[in-house]
Design a protein around this ligand. Sequence first.
Ligand SMILES: Cc1ncc(COP(=O)(O)O)c(C=O)c1O
Length: 472
Amino acid sequence: MFNSNAADRVVQELRGLAGAAAAGTRLPSVRELTDRHQASPVTVAAAIRQLVAEGLVETRSGRGTFVAARPVAPLSPPDLSWQTVALGPRRFGEEEMQALLALPPSGTIPLTGGYLDADLQPAAALGAALARAARQPAVWQRGPVEGRDDLRAWFARETQPSSGDGLQAADMVICPGGQAALSSALRALTEPGDTLLVESPTYLGALAAAHAAGLRVVPVPADRDGVRPDQLAAAFTRTGARLFYCQPLHANPTGATLSPARRPAVLAAIHAAGAFLIEDDYARDLTIDGDPPPPLAATDPDGHVVYLRSLTKSAAPGLRVAALGARGPAGARLRAARLLDDFFVAGPLQQATIEFVTSPAWSRHRRRLRTELRTRREALLTALTRHLPALLPTAVPAGGLHLWSPLPPGTDDVAVAATAATAGVTVFPGRPWHAAEPPSPHLRLTYAAAPPSAMDEAVRRLATALPRSPKT
Ligand SMILES: Cc1ncc(COP(=O)(O)O)c(C=O)c1O
């Protein structure tokens, strides 16, 4: 088994030896290193691979590991100052995206992260499917650029819960994850300078991608029932926008689901404006209570809905497989845009995905997920009730990965998140999820990333990071 402490010790020893010895010097054998550091051969091999990648050592087949030749150091440091002028200002949202994807420091309890905890990921089934896929020579060949037909058909069927009214296989294109799909869709459906309407608050990766595409982002208020259709219609009229991005199911960050009463009104506003709606269905498999409503794309004969479905949230962040679907010329635009962006998704990954989602392991995984997410959500709610009742969300989300916790008015959410990190718990501030001024401060608390047993301690630590209310 891989053991990171032992690996660190092996890396340290080899790094020291390689730094002190001449190029070509033989380094200790794998056997010696396993004995000396009580490490498995797998751990030693991983440590050696790291140093080979760094260019410090080289392996020679059947002969062992040697100190690599060192590159000659440049005489003077490079002058990169010209880049500051050439590049101009930094892009909106990039720093927030880095924070969003940062790995929590060891020792902290993560109430952040947009993905399932490793314990909840179907790693064994995915690994087995990928190993089988990789052994099939055909998967390394060039396949259809829109993706495998069977995988496109599977994604299309997900939009046809009861009838055949949803998207068809030919409408779909396979993408390497939801973020890539979103960036391509925004660029394919707009020109720089266009306006994008978004429900507010919304996924900060969508805001960042929209800015990168040169779009003007206009927020539309949403509440516990999803986006407000009256405000959406007004925003279309006022801005002349032709595109609206939303997550009708367990929206990130609020967890809100578009209510049955609002669904037809939202679709009517889209029709009236002659606009497209990007439906980011990232949480389709993350419903905890009841049954999820069908996607909006299931009842959209005239092609207003552009459907986006990623498997990274349902399964594992490394399963970078998603699909975009749209009818008519919009579908053709999306497929053309994907081709420009990166040709197609790796064949072995597509083959492994279709194997996985059509196997019994997939339904088993989703059943288990529902129970586990419920346990974690309840554990976080219980801990909040005990230590920080003021932060209980106004509505408990019926699914998804997060709670949207209100902070007392006037609290600096960014400062709270920074202090919480030093207290040993990571949380995400609410501010970056807004395209304009946030109406009130919030934290996004993720319940999917830490075990239920850690929730009480996590919230206790968070309580120490909140400013004390003044004594009356
Ligand atoms: C709502 C939403 N859409 C899309 C994504 C992109 O995820 P991925 O690229 O891993 O599929 C995320 C990730 O956090 C998300 O929260």
